[in-house]
Design a protein around this ligand. Structure first.
Ligand SMILES: *Cc1c(COP(=O)(O)O)cnc(C)c1O
Length: 434
């Protein structure tokens, strides 16, 4: 077998080292860099699900105890997760959206109170705010990371603000130390959405999810670890922890033995079957993060010399996906790059979302509760003064290209990415001139 050139070595990045670099773009009829599908989180090739998960689920089934109020597995998962994060409390729930709902409900806003959020995230970040009758207020993001910009957050604070809900997008650390200081100064609660950020380390080297008062994680199919669906909410605060736990279980204080409902809660309980899978996935998390970091850093090195293209900071990033930031004037837009890369056999999408969260029907048409529009004002979504131009630029302006990432990529898979990105970059002049 011929040895593959090391594409992270600049001297090797010539078409004599890898003849594919000289090919015409697949989009223009040339041969694609890659024909075989890459491992993806949507099937077994891109997941680490094995005998451990099968045995754990089988044990639960044999026990006949499938509900967490009678079985031990969900409580054990919570204890293991709390220990891993070095926090006092972890509460399991049915999804990442539920984990965030627990956090918002623990904060207990009054109807019409405001929670500052990003428009560049999964809808699961904002839906719980509306479900608690609070108003999401959209602040703008840093154009180089897609994460909330503390200055924009500061400008969005009003007398009704109760919390800041920050996302570590794609596993790139958000500036949570600065946001925590801002929150503390204004008596606000900082909630971290870590659905994409297992294993992410913040500016000061702390695990993402432990700088805010609450951290929320998802076990949905596409995340670093999965149970199909599922969520975990962590906190060091006993009051917030107790409220979150009660909220997920109809506010029924089972620890007192009393059949009582202390406040308005829901049933967001994780099942023992989910917890069995999650409990078997958890010990694999460090390896998943380490492998994603190693391979993503190989791609970073392989494209570092390209002009008009920037990668995310390597330090602390856990690479849920691989964002590439394009200087649209120089190398064209993600709407040109994504189809070109896909033709080469590389998964890529422009902007991450079809539209920023605040531009969805939910907000535009105020489709919340009946015809009331409540709790949104008549104008619909509430944005910080001046709007969110950087969010728009990333999502619909062609600046953000999202390349799919996976823990099971081999070095050769990464090298296919390097060749494809370099091919598209070399041809990007055609995107700009027309
Ligand atoms: C996936 C995700 C959610 C929602 O999690 P679900 O488990 O799908 O409900 C929330 N926020 C972010 C940033 C996510 O990536």
């Amino acid at each position: 077998m011929p040895s593959t050139p090391d594409l992270t070595d600049p001297a090797a990045r010539t078409s004599s080292a890898d003849p594919r670099l000289g090919d015409r773009l697949a989009l223009h009829g040339g041969p694609p860099v890659r024909v075989d599908p890459l491992p993806s989180t949507s099937d077994a090739a891109g997941r680490r699900i094995g005998e451990e998960e099968i045995a754990a689920v089988t044990d639960v089934l044999r026990s006949g105890r499938l509900n967490s109020t009678v079985g031990p597995v969900t409580r054990a998962l919570e204890a293991a997760f709390a220990e891993r994060y070095g926090v006092a409390h972890a509460v399991a729930s049915s999804s990442g959206t539920a984990a965030l709902h627990l956090a918002v409900a623990a904060v207990d806003p009054d109807p019409g109170d405001e929670i500052i959020v990003t428009g560049l995230s999964d809808a699961g970040t904002v839906l719980p705010i509306l479900a608690q009758n609070a108003v999401p207020v959209f602040a703008d993001v840093d154009p180089d990371t897609g994460n909330l910009d503390p200055e924009s957050v500061r400008a969005a604070i009003t007398g009704r603000t109760r919390a800041i809900l920050v996302v570590h997008l794609f596993g790139v650390a958000a500036p949570v130390e600065r946001l925590r200081a801002l929150a503390d100064d204004h008596g606000l609660v900082l909630i971290e959405d870590c659905a994409q950020a297992y294993g992410t380390l913040t500016e000061t080297g702390r695990p993402a999810g432990t700088v805010g008062r609450l951290g929320c994680f998802s076990l949905q199919q596409s995340k670093h670890i999965t149970a199909g669906d599922g969520g975990l909410t962590i906190t060091d605060d006993p009051e917030l922890g107790r409220r979150a736990r009660l909220f997920a279980d109809k506010a029924w204080p089972r620890d007192t033995g009393e059949r009582q409902h202390l406040f308005l809660g829901l049933n967001y309980r994780m099942t023992e079957l989910q917890a069995a899978v999650a409990g078997a996935q958890l010990p694999k998390l460090s390896g998943v993060v380490a492998d994603r970091k190693r391979t993503a850093e190989r791609l970073v090195g392989g494209v570092a010399d390209l002009s008009g293209v920037a990668t995310a900071p390597v330090k602390g990033t856990s690479w849920w996906q691989f964002p590439l930031l394009l200087d649209v004037e120089r190398v064209g837009s993600a709407f040109d790059w994504a189809p070109a890369l896909r033709a080469e056999g590389i998964g890529a999408n422009p902007g991450y979302l079809a539209r920023p969260l605040y531009a969805n029907e939910l907000f535009i048409r105020r489709r919340t509760y009946g015809a009331s529009g409540f709790p949104l004002p008549a104008a619909g979504a509430v944005l910080v003064e001046g709007g969110c131009p950087q969010t728009d630029r990333l999502v619909t302006g062609g600046r953000l290209l999202v390349i799919g990432w996976n823990e099971n990529y081999t070095d050769s898979d990464v090298d296919d990415h390097i060749v494809a990105v370099r091919k598209v970059h070399a041809a990007s002049g055609t995107f700009v001139s027309d």
